[in-house]
Design a protein around this ligand. Sequence first.
Ligand SMILES: [Fe+2]
Ligand SMILES: [Fe+2]
Length: 273
Amino acid sequence: MKQVKFIHLTDTHMNAPHTEGPFVKHRFADKVKQVFAHVQQSGLAPSFVLITGDLSHEGNAEDYAYIRTVLDECSALVGAPVYVVLGNHDHRSAFRQGYLGETPSEEAYYYSVTIDGLRLIGLNSQTPGKHSGELDEAQLAWLDEQLSTTAPLGTIVGIHHPLLHVGGMSPDHLLANMEAIGQRLRQSDVVGIMAGHVHSHNVGRYQGVLSVAASGTAFAGEIVDKDHFRMYHFCSYNIVSVHPDGVSVQTVILPDSNAEIARFQMSLMAAQH
Ligand SMILES: [Fe+2]
Ligand SMILES: [Fe+2]
């Protein structure tokens, strides 16, 4: 079986240009277009593109309809399907209406699809009204059912909240049942967990499984001192290659101003990203 290559980006925080919100003026959709243009120009020809949440920044149905238009154009440009999961700044109902073209509902959005022998399981860790993440009992039961079978090249999990011990994160920002989820993934054919949320590059193992939290495509974040955190312009994406005998993750950083967007007290961080 040959390798499968896909593109992982995260935390795009897009809004429609004419809506209101703290990030609208930054036109973060332009960075997403920049990433896809770079993928196309680099001749990468990925099998698919995965975006692991905070697709929108508190978007309404109009924002999600715009995001769908942008991503449909991007998908056509690189000749590959785009799969998304929801983050803490996304809203299920607006997403279902604007992005999926469905009747609005608060139903969790998760799925399993196999592309070129590699299975992608997209999970919904986003929990309405919270910045922390969780998979409810129904989703855990569904996940168990999925993982009872295997795929030729194994499985990649896409989830917004990382399964990693990332320094500097307050507990109200993390994945509540990380250990229970990790136990399931450890005993399965999962070869990698791709996440975002933390807006910085973090790679490690969680319960023996490769776990990646990619930096944000819209902006990055870093701790300035013991009390302050800052967000700054930054744009990157990861190229993930899954081989029968291993997984490689290559980060591509695109030119950006690195200008500071905001600086705030750590205690207020949950509301910001
Ligand atoms: Fe997030
Ligand atoms: Fe984010």
